[in-house]
Every structure is written in C-alpha cells, then in structure tokens.
Design a protein around this ligand. Structure first.
Ligand code: FDA
Length: 425
C-alpha cells in the first residue's frame, strides 16, 4: 500500500503533487498552514518580485500559454506603484527616447524601448478604461489613483492565469537540470527564472538586494549601485546659510557634469530637492559641484545697469522680479555685488547664472526614487533580457543597469524590459 500524505481534508498518494491541481487560493492557504508537508511546485516560469516589471512580465508571458508563478515577499502586489507619482502613478512618458536613460551601456535599452512603446502601454490603459492626463513634459498620470494601474496589472495577471504567491520571500535559487527556488513557504521549480526584484530604493517598502546577490552568485557583474532621483544634502556652510528657506521653490537650470535640466528646485530643511535636483542627482558624483542658474534666460541686472540708482535695495527689487522674496533676500545676503560698477554687476550676473555648491551627500536609498547601476547589461541579451552566462535566467526592471530620468521613464523601462522577456519565452 502506498503511503499517504494528508493535508486537512485532502488525501494525496505519495509522489503526486496535489498542489499542481488545486486552485491557487487553496494552495496559498495550505502554504501558510501546512508548510512542512508541501511538495515542490512546478511551473514553466518563475518570476521573482510582483512590482511593475514582474507583474507585467507575468501577464504577458501567461497570455502566451506559459504557467507562471509570481513570487512576492510583501503582503500585496505593486507597493511602489501605489505610492508613485504622488499616489497617481506617472505610468509612462510619451516622449520616451533612449536618451532619457542612464546606463554604462547606453545602447542596451534601445531595442526593448522600440518594441514596447508608451503607445503600447497607453493602449492597455485605454482598454481598462482608466482616465489619465498629461501633467507636463509628456508625463502621463492617472486622473483617479495609482490603484487603477495595480488593478490593471492584477486583472491582466488573472486573465492570464498567473498564480501570485504573496508573503513568499525567495531565499535561494539553485540550478540543476532546472531552477529550484526556496522560499519561506514552499519550494518552486521551473526551467526559467525571471528576476524582477527591483533595487535598493526605499527599504521600508520592501526593497532587498536579493536580485544583485543572485546575479553575482550566477557570475554576473554588477555596475556599482547608487541612489538616483534623490534629494541632495547641503554641506554645513550652505546648511547654515540656506536651510531657513525650506519650502521655497523656484525654476532653475540645474547642472551636474554635462547634464542640465530646467525645472523647479525646492529648498528643504536639509538641502535641495524638486524635479531639477532629482534629475541631476542621478548624474552627480560625491564631492563634485552642482551648478544652478537662478535666472534662466534672463538679463537680471539689465534694469540696474540702465538706471542711475544702483544700490542693494534696487538689486533686491530686480531679483524679486523672478525669485521668491525670501530667496532673493537670503541669496543677496551672501552674494551681493561688491560694488555697482558695470564689471562688478557683470560678475554678479554671472554668479546668478552659475551658483556652484558642493553637496555633502544625497539623502540615500531611504529617499531615492530609484537605484542607478545594477546587473551589467553587457552580460544580458538586449532583445530578451536573458543572461548570456546562464540560459533560462532573465533580469528585468530596476535591477538592471538602466535608470530613467524623472517623469514616467522608469515605469516605461519596467514595461518594456518585461515585454521583451515575455515575448522571448
Ligand atoms: P519594484 O521595486 O517595483 O518591485 C520589486 C518587487 O520585488 C517588490 O515588490 C519587492 O517587494 C519584491 N522583492 C524584493 N526582494 C524579494 C525577494 N527576495 N523575494 C520576493 N520578492 C522580493 N517611476 C515612474 O516611472 N513614475 C513615477 O511616478 C514614479 N514614482 C516613484 C515614486 C517613489 C516614491 C518611488 C520610490 C519610485 C517611483 N518611481 C516612479 C520608480 C518606480 O517605482 C520603479 O522604477 C519601479 O517600481 C521599478 O519596478 P521593478 O518592478 O523593477 O521593481
């Protein structure tokens, strides 16, 4: 007589993996209540991480008839999507080009971005009757809430019969004839593993270094990671001078290295933020200066030079034409012209267009929207995201060394890299 395993009211002859025949909801319940008797579950594809990239890849691959398990250690899907875009999810940017991305291999993203475009994702958004609008600069946001996007992804996964396992932290991946994944609730097997575990940003939202560790374990190089799209912190002298301006914002051209962005800048209690600063933070290197043009395309001292009255009060008035009063006042306090001769006013004008500061640091992964660097793309196929070193192993989304500018580009990379992987299965 063959020995039996009993799980609640189900009787399973030894060797038969009943879990493959039960509805996912029941399997999930069993996974939590009877961990000790679970047998490995077999799928065609295992996807690690139910963020933007993992969810979209799962639905696209599921539609192609693959049996997909999506494993997520949090208690719900798409946590970062829910907080993105101030709760309204800037889900794409209609002006996406490869130039909107940083990577040590700038050509890598081209193929995936060309084969899954913003219009493709917008098509899906329309199909789900999600209301959206362009805020500025091609940035598309939900009218209602970011939940619309997680609902869309969940519905697509459901339609594609993807099995989602929440509260399932993948702890180890081994490769024998196929991949064997250990998690804190069960063991999973499949010939294909897709790593979509994201980067280091916002650890309290569930970010883990698991994807990078896994890549290293299988021989992949990691381009050094750093916080990106992150506020910058004043050095002590500038903190003393400008931290009282917290809350003040103005339009600037911010430059780090060769990269400039014309957007709003915001003073914070600790330093500088706002879109202009977040954009240049991705290019900023520790101990390097940033440069701020406080009067983009303006001849700020023209009225002074044309006037017979040249003094501090007239200068303040000139600055207040385009800078918030508090900023004009404070900045002038530390950068007033040394005299009101034409050469000194020219030097003052120059300083206004090229205020250089050396930030002490960035606010780090606690505040960074994304992680720059990651799995070295030179060891991945740009067509499919598959490892060139380990057949059947794929990396998609933020874990890869492709980082978008602010404005919906990071989600577009998540969708595009996910689609590239799914289409190759
Ligand atoms: P993501 O981090 O989304 O998902 C990874 C998943 O893997 C997580 O669910 C995590 O819990 C899970 N995981 C990790 N380790 C695991 C393990 N060992 N086992 C199981 N699961 C594991 N971008 C944009 O384009 N527009 C926007 O509006 C915004 N706004 C924004 C706001 C804020 C506050 C942040 C922090 C970020 C943004 N972004 C953004 C960036 C965007 O959120 C980010 O680029 C994508 O979420 C990346 O998607 P991924 O799926 O690659 O990783």
């Amino acid at each position: 007589m063959s020995p039996l395993v009993v799980i609640k009211n189900h009787v399973i002859p030894n060797g038969v993996n009943l879990l493959n025949f039960l509805p996912p909801s029941l399997c999930l319940k069993l996974a939590f209540t009877h961990r000790e008797v679970l047998l490995p579950r077999s799928f065609d594809v295992l996807i690690l991480g139910a963020g933007a990239a993992g969810l979209f890849c799962a639905s696209e691959a599921g539609k192609r008839g693959r049996r997909i398990a999506l494993l997520e250690h949090a208690d719900r899907i798409g946590k970062k999507i829910l907080i993105s875009g101030g709760g309204r999810c800037n889900f794409t940017n209609i002006h996406t080009t490869p130039e909107n991305f940083l990577s040590s291999n700038p050509h890598f993203a081209k193929s995936a971005l060309a084969r899954f475009t913003p219009a493709d994702f917008i098509g899906l958004v329309k199909q789900h009757r999600i209301a959206y609008h362009e805020k500025k600069l091609g940035q598309l946001f939900c009218d209602n809430s970011a939940t619309d996007i997680t609902n869309l992804l969940e519905a697509e996964c459901h339609a594609a019969q993807v099995q989602i396992f929440l509260n399932t932290r993948v702890t180890e991946v081994q490769r024998t004839t196929e991949f064997v994944l250990s998690s804190d609730s069960a063991e999973f097997r499949a010939p294909i593993v897709i790593v979509a575990t994201g980067g280091h940003s916002i650890p309290k939202m569930g970010a883990t270094p698991f994807g990078y560790d896994l890549a290293r374990k299988f021989g992949h190089k990691i381009v050094p990671t750093r916080p990106a799209l992150v506020p910058l912190v004043f050095n002590p002298a500038d903190h003393h001078r400008y931290s009282q301006l917290a809350g003040v914002s103005t339009e600037v051209i911010a430059t780090a290295g060769k990269n400039s962005f014309r957007e709003k800048m915001l003073f914070t209690h600790r330093g500088l933020s706002g879109p202009a600063i977040l954009q240049i933070s991705s290019y900023w290197k520790e101990s390097q200066p940033i440069h701020l043009d406080l009067a983009p395309e303006r001849d700020a001292t023209a009225s002074l030079r044309a006037s017979s009255r040249r003094d501090l009060a007239a200068t303040r008035k000139a600055l207040q034409q385009f800078l918030p009063n508090r900023l004009a006042e404070r900045w002038l306090g530390f950068n007033a012209p040394s005299s009101y001769t034409n050469p000194d006013l020219a030097a003052f004008e120059k300083q206004l267009h090229n205020w250089s500061l050396i930030p002490a640091s960035s606010e780090g992964y606690e505040k960074a929207e994304v992680t720059a660097g990651g799995v070295d793309t030179r060891e991945l196929s740009s067509k499919s995201m598959e490892s060139r070193l380990v057949p059947g192993l794929f990396f998609i989304g933020e874990v890869v060394d492709v980082t978008g500018h602010l404005g919906g580009f990071n989600f577009q990379w998540a969708w595009a890299s996910a689609a590239a992987a799914a289409r190759s299965l």
